[in-house]
Design a protein around this ligand. Structure first.
Ligand SMILES: [Zn+2]
Length: 103
């Protein structure tokens, strides 16, 4: 779906932001994204998390929770640098797209 592809960048920023606040895991981030209006199935979420890990933005920490292994993700130094760069771009985008609109 084209819309999903379009919004995936926003989703990545949300994931990096939340991973910078506290360790996150798949089901939790699915609920958080749903709260923001992004409905991601596991077929989109997990490949996205893995890509962020492969690109060095997130680190995975498996932890045993109630007899199961839960994969927590935390942000890396590189991820934090990218998130901070994104913050500047988001500010610029908001200023242009929301605050300078002519309508
Ligand atoms: Zn959020």
């Amino acid at each position: 779906m084209l819309d999903r592809e379009f919004f995936l960048g926003f989703v990545k920023v949300h994931i990096l932001y939340h991973a910078s606040k506290s360790p996150i895991f798949g089901a939790e981030i699915t609920d958080e994204l749903k709260r923001h209006g992004y409905h991601l199935g596991p077929g989109t979420l997990y490949p996205t998390l893995h890509r962020l890990k492969r690109e060095g933005y997130l680190e995975q920490h498996p932890e045993a929770v109630a007899g199961k292994v839960r994969k927590y993700y935390t942000i890396t130094e590189h991820g934090l640098a990218v998130l901070n760069e994104a913050r500047g771009k988001i500010r610029e985008l908001v200023e242009e797209v929301l605050e300078n609109r002519q309508s």
